[in-house]
Design a protein. Structure first.
Length: 426
């Protein structure tokens, strides 16, 4: 298939597909009120260079450099031997390696039709790599396809920062295809801090070889609307998945987070932990679905969803679900959503902590177990700075002041105490 035919087919699928195809969740999704294919037509890339400078200045305090910088009108490559960047035409020749079909989702079709760059991360057998990526959009949307391939006995840590600076409606779309060989280990960290004019579209699929381990960590703090769809397969025998999702919402932000974890091989382990803390009138749907397929004996699967409501207008819909087709397995799923317990707030304020300090203490304690699983120091430190800044200002999208003295403080209260007296449990 030539590239023009590929783009035409993708555009046709974008036009005809509904926003949600899943029969399970057809009543539970965030509507994106934009025709994305018309965004940014003729729009100048105003201010993005300054945005990049501010972000790079912030990361320089961590002695961090980016191997890849992608943005509308921006492309920087540090010549990392494990990374190459291809043009949109790459998709037409890489269809056989693509895990995402253009006809499977309306916004997968959109990203494929308007892709700016294809990033290929290829770590050979016994290879080791740490790769940092910066992705920025302006009034003109940015759409990126990322192919991550790790060979046998390899180790890879990827950190990605998503930012933007726009004065009109725009979008930042990414599709990840992750393939992991045997006896290997990958950590993918994604930190989203897009501004209020940006729609965040994020799709990930992965296949994991025997006795390999994938950690997928994501913090969603930015964008007016966020739509996430992940399908993570523990394919090979003995493979392991750890997926951690953190959502911090304010204003009228909307988050639609859907993650499928699949046990396909025997003795596999798949864990999904999703946590949302919401302020103002923000709204989040967490859709964690676990499937243990026939033949996945001795498999373990775990879905854990928790939400904290910091203001009366905030809302969380947590919808954990599970399908088990094998007998000799261990499988659990649960969810709980509640406002902060008033007794906990009173107790902390009686110790001399003001209301903002109480919020920061409780939210940092709420997220601390998830952040403790992250191995990337830059992901931990930057996430802490963004979350603390947002709790204080309720704004997002701007680069906050970085304070490396920030620490996550686990409070005296456990999760059960936080939800005491106000909970919804499945």
């Amino acid at each position: 298939m030539n590239h023009n035919e590929f783009v035409k087919g993708a555009m046709e699928n974008y036009d005809k597909l509904p926003q949600e195809r899943s029969e399970i969740y057809k009543r539970y999704f965030i509507n994106i009120p934009l025709d994305l294919k018309t965004l940014g037509n003729g729009a100048p890339d105003i201010g993005l260079g300054n945005c990049r400078s501010r972000i790079l200045d912030g990361f320089s305090r961590f002695n961090t450099k980016f191997d890849i910088i992608l943005g509308t009108g921006i492309f920087t490559d540090s010549q990392n031997p494990f990374v190459k960047v291809e043009g949109p035409e790459y998709l037409s020749t890489a269809l056989k390696d693509s895990m995402h079909r253009t006809d499977e989702d309306k916004y997968v079709a959109y990203i494929n039709a308007f892709v700016d760059k294809c990033v290929v991360v290829d770590v050979p057998d016994d290879g080791k790599a740490n790769i940092n990526m910066l992705m920025l959009n302006s009034a003109k949307p940015l759409n990126v396809r990322i192919f991550v391939k790790a060979g046998n006995n390899s180790k890879l840590n990827v950190f990605q920062y998503f930012g933007s600076e726009t004065s009109t409606a725009s979008a930042l779309g990414t599709i990840h295809d992750i393939s992991l060989g045997n006896n290997s280990e990958i950590e993918i960290n994604a930190l989203h801090n897009e501004d209020s004019n940006t729609v965040n579209l994020s799709f990930t699929k992965s296949r994991i070889g025997e006795d390999s381990h994938l950690r997928l960590n994501a913090v969603y703090s930015g964008a007016s609307h966020t739509r996430v769809r992940n399908v993570i397969e523990a394919t090979g025998n003995g493979s392991k998945i750890d997926a951690n999702e953190i959502v911090l919402g304010s204003s009228e932000q909307k988050f639609d987070i859907g993650t499928y974890i699949i046990n396909r091989g025997s003795h596999t382990s798949a864990s999904l932990e999703s946590k949302a803390a919401l302020m103002d009138k923000s709204f989040c749907i967490m859709k964690g679905f676990a499937k243990i397929e026939k033949g996945a004996t001795k498999a373990k699967s775990y879905v854990h969803e928790r939400g904290i409501l910091l203001d009366r207008g905030a809302k969380v819909d947590s919808l954990p679900d599970m399908s088990v087709d094998e007998n000799d397995v261990k499988a659990t799923h649960s969810s709980a959503t509640a406002p902060i317990d008033p007794e906990s707030v009173f107790y902390l304020m009686s110790k001399g902590i003001d209301e903002l300090g109480v919020r920061s203490l409780l939210v940092s304690g709420f997220f601390s177990n998830s952040m403790a699983k992250v191995q990337s120091n830059i992901m931990k430190e930057m996430s802490m700075s963004l979350i603390n800044s947002k709790l204080e200002t309720k704004t997002y999208g701007a680069m906050p002041k970085i304070d490396t003295r920030n620490v996550w403080i686990a409070s005296d209260m456990n999760e059960g105490d936080m939800f005491k007296g106000h909970y919804k449990y499945r």
